[in-house]
Design a protein around this ligand. Structure first.
Ligand SMILES: Cc1ncc(COP(=O)(O)O)c(C=O)c1O
Length: 438
């Protein structure tokens, strides 16, 4: 009898080989040996070899109500079989039903949506509209921001690795960001008087024409490493922005759709009603979507025409509406708040145990750990962050990474996670932290 010969390459190896051969290397994969995903269900993901993982990153804050949630996918399937695409030249029930729902959950008088396919496009549309509506060109953004991959979005983005190859930044000024753990002004909250917010006025006076089109910011900076401002920050900035004629754009691509708990949008946590909200990622639980939502008056000020061929596609619209309905029906804004606080408590316990964890921050089910070599010097522990990612993967937990220095662990499980899931994730995180060699 002959013993079966073990194949030289696993199925995953073969996928990775082809990935290297046919895809742009600039689009990097996580892990030294990339994880080849095969299938997923709610909070779980399986790789091609059948190993199961608890997903605490959700495809970068996109799986809002669970992978392949049947309440969403059943509606997608039905819509695909009924009407997949007609373009925006013809209205359909799905697009208006979504737009109506979005108008119900957005704050203030934000009533009108422009649908596209991504966060990048949503931000492009917002900035274009702001420039048309105000007649001004200058935009104020924040350092450490991430806004997307187009030329304009890269110009708003303020992290060197995402700004290579001649980004054209004309008309965009970057304010210092409210990064309390590494205060750019060397101050300490609350004694600082939130000086970073007041600095926006000086920036407008010195770095712009003095009349701005918009201020654009993420309520909690996502790719930047879940940088969470002090509660007063955006209220102060809002007043300044209005004084200089600008529109306030909240980039809710990561914070949107209940991610921060209790409220639909992150900016509501800071008690500011923006002029424009941009969304993508979690809005449709994994179907490609972008939305730029604003007031009737501002929407009317758009000059000329615009179109997004796939924007508001019936299938995507159905997916987004179903996602919002699951959040409503299952009271997930509440669940996110309760389970998010529980998760935060557990992470703070881990911080007590591991000096590597310099800062714990975020809100709701958007929680980050900033890893440092030394709590005094706060030297970023980028290598340990990579190790922790690898160890967590090995132990069955998927987590994300971010931050300008590559030293922030980002965690964003689906909003319908339970405390038991958190316990399981924290157990794996604890084990993984214990295995990091620093
Ligand atoms: C806050 C924020 N805005 C915009 C974008 C761009 O979105 P997309 O990748 O869908 O174009 C991202 C993506 O990570 C983001 O995090």
């Amino acid at each position: 009898m002959t013993t079966p010969v073990k194949p030289l390459m696993s199925k995953s190896d073969e996928v990775v080989r082809k990935h290297k051969e046919y895809l742009w290397p600039a689009v990097t994969n996580y892990y030294a040996k990339p994880l080849v995903t095969d299938r997923a269900s709610m909070q779980w993901v399986w790789d091609l070899e059948g190993k199961k993982y608890l997903d605490f990153f959700g495809g970068i804050l996109t799986i809002q109500v669970g992978h392949c949630n049947p309440k969403v996918t059943s509606k997608i399937k039905a819509q695909v079989e009924r009407l997949q695409h007609t373009s925006t030249l013809y209205p359909n029930e799905a697009i208006v039903a979504l737009a109506e729902k979005v108008a119900q959950i957005t704050p203030g008088a934000l009533q009108k949506s422009f649908f596209s396919n991504s966060g990048t496009e949503a931000n492009e549309a917002a900035l274009l509209l702001a420039r048309m509506a105000t007649g001004s060109y200058d935009v104020v953004a924040l350092r450490h921001a991430y806004s997307g991959g187009s030329q304009l979005a890269k110009a708003v983005t303020a992290q060197a690795p995402w700004r290579k190859a001649g980004v054209i930044s004309v008309g965009i000024a970057h304010a210092i960001n409210p990064y309390c753990y590494r205060c750019p002004l060397g101050l300490k909250y609350p004694d600082c008087g939130v000086a970073c917010a007041n600095d926006v006025e000086n920036l407008i006076q010195t770095g712009t024409s003095g009349h701005i089109a918009a201020f654009i910011a993420e309520p909690i900076q996502g790719v930047g490493g879940f940088i969470t401002p002090p509660p007063e920050y955006f209220k102060i900035v809002f007043k300044i922005v209005k004084k200089y004629g600008g529109l306030f754009i909240a980039d809710e691509v990561q914070t949107g759709f209940g991610r921060t708990g209790k409220k639909w949008f992150g900016i509501e946590q800071w008690e500011v009603t923006p002029d424009i909200i941009t969304c993508a990622k979690g809005m449709a639980n994994g179907s490609p979507v972008g939305a730029t939502v604003t007031t009737t008056e501002l929407a009317d000020s758009f000059q000329g025409l615009t179109i997004s061929t796939f924007g508001g596609n019936p299938v995507t619209s159905v997916a987004a509406r179903a996602t919002i309905e699951v959040i409503e029906e299952e009271k997930l804004l509440e669940n996110c708040d309760v389970v998010g606080r529980y998760f935060r408590g557990k992470l703070e316990e881990l911080q007590q145990k591991y000096p590597l964890i310099g800062d714990v921050r975020g809100m709701g089910l958007m929680q980050g750990l900033e890893l440092v070599k030394d709590r005094q010097t706060k030297e970023p522990a980028a290598e340990a962050t990579v190790q922790l990612m690898e160890r967590a993967r090995e132990n069955g937990l998927l987590i994300g990474k971010g931050g300008l220095y590559g030293n922030v662990i980002r965690m964003s499980p689906m909003l319908n996670i339970s405390k038991a899931d958190v316990d399981e994730a924290v157990r794996m995180l604890d084990k993984s932290l214990g295995e990091v060699r620093v």
